[in-house]
Ligand binder design. Structure first.
Ligand SMILES: [Zn+2]
Length: 427
């Protein structure tokens, strides 16, 4: 049992925005009680000067891409993928993915992310890293169509699901991921949808990220990417749609009607010069837009506080409306909306009795939080990832007073540097 005393809580439970000075009791992997608590616990955490919020959900990333951090920059998406990223990714092996995953998981814990939705390769290695590090991950093999490999791929994803979905006490979940509408044909996307339906899981896909993708889709199919995916029936299966930058008003109606879960990646969209997603319009329709970092090669970190900050300020300027995305909405995007996108909102994403104890404590006893006039604003506008002091997942401490409990970070960095040196020179 862990008892957190005298803490300010941002619960995102749909009721209170802020609960001032309360106690939270964790029993096993779940939140047992919130309120004045006098029980004895094995572990007491003093909440004075701290804010408790749900562990952050990074709803779109490629965590092992940290290996390519600062490797190819200042290029537009399609050139960046074709000329820089895909050639070196083709040389990666399982060991690379393991160390890249461990490195990013450490970085996520250090900046308050407890759950992520990933799309990459050698995903068994990422599952192993999630298991060892103690975080929560929804993992997908990113699938780019190669017609000669279709049957092999389907078998690989099915085996990955059977082997890894539910492992690590249920902290690893598996979905199916056609990479994007521009790298997969209709028939291939439908094969993957059928597989997701067979396995009773969801779809993770990039959608309408760039003007080029949108224009090419209009030329080739006479439809927007969203319209095309709707027409083939993809959205009848739970779908997480990363980016959704280029959307017509009709596309937004489809997303609402078909319960598609869009994920905004503001830093990646800025850095790859992709554009600005219509977040205000989607939120106004009640669409629970989630938030992600994308990979560390287009960001170049996984600090979700930067995304929260950007989501809250960027849209104000884009829409010329200071109420466009409020501090509170931006924090919801990073917590409960992310949990909804991942299909995990009954378990995580808010602080409520009975939910999993995936929690972070932020140290607000610092100059840049002083005076603490408004806690919600402080966390959205003033917080840095490095202000996260303590991280709990499934009721277990993964970081305390900024000390990682499950990862030997020196060893991870040493191994990452070693394998990246080899990867870059690999023929
Ligand atoms: Zn991506």
């Amino acid at each position: 049992m862990i008892l957190i005393k005298d803490i300010t809580v941002l619960p995102f439970d749909g009721k209170d925005k802020v609960i001032a000075k309360t106690d939270v009791l964790i029993k096993g992997d779940r939140i047992e009680k919130i309120g004045k608590i006098d029980e004895k616990a094995d572990r007491l955490i003093d909440g004075n000067g701290k804010v408790l919020m749900p562990g952050i959900v990074n709803a779109h990333t490629h965590i092992a891409m940290s290996l390519l951090r600062n490797y190819a920059d200042d290029m537009p998406l399609h050139e960046w993928l074709n000329d820089a990223i895909w050639p070196i990714e083709g040389k990666m092996n399982a060991e690379d993915i393991y160390w890249g995953s461990m490195l990013t998981i450490a970085e996520m814990i250090l900046s308050g992310t407890t759950t992520f939705l990933d799309m990459y390769d050698f995903m068994e290695e990422t599952a192993k890293a999630v298991d060892q590090a103690g975080v929560r991950g929804v993992l997908t093999y990113g699938s780019i169509e190669r017609p000669e490999r279709t049957e092999k791929n389907i078998e690989k994803y099915r085996n990955f699901f059977k082997e890894c979905d539910g492992m690590a006490d249920g902290r690893v979940r598996v979905m199916i991921a056609p990479h994007a509408p521009y790298t997969c044909s209709d028939s291939y996307i439908l094969r993957l949808k059928d597989l997701a339906d067979e396995l009773r899981t969801g779809i993770n896909i990039h959608v309408s990220e760039t003007q080029k993708e949108f224009d090419d889709s209009m030329t080739e199919y006479g439809k927007t990417p969203v319209q095309r995916l709707k027409d083939i029936g993809l959205f009848d299966t739970h779908t997480v749609a990363a980016h959704c930058v280029y959307l017509t008003d009709e596309d937004i109606d489809i997303i609402k009607e078909k319960n598609v879960y869009p994920v905004n990646n503001p830093t990646s969209n800025l850095k790859l010069a992709s554009g600005f997603a219509p977040i205000k319009k989607m939120l106004a329709k009640g669409i629970p837009v989630a938030l992600g970092t994308d990979g560390s090669s287009s960001n170049n970190n996984v600090n979700m506080f930067e995304e929260i900050h950007l989501a809250a300020i960027l849209n104000k300027a884009v829409d010329k409306d200071a109420t466009s995305v409020s501090a509170y909405e931006a924090l919801k995007m990073a917590t409960i909306n992310g949990a909804k996108a991942l299909g995990l909102d009954k378990e995580i994403g808010s602080i409520e009795v009975g939910k999993k104890a995936d929690l972070i404590l932020i140290d607000v006893d610092k100059p840049h939080f002083t005076p603490l006039n408004n806690v919600v604003s402080a966390i959205a506008y003033s917080a840095q990832g490095s202000d996260v002091d303590t991280v709990i997942v499934d009721g277990k401490l993964l970081m305390e007073n900024r000390e990682l409990k499950t990862i030997d970070i020196e060893d991870v960095m040493k191994n990452t540097n070693r394998i990246v040196e080899d990867l870059i020179s690999r023929k």
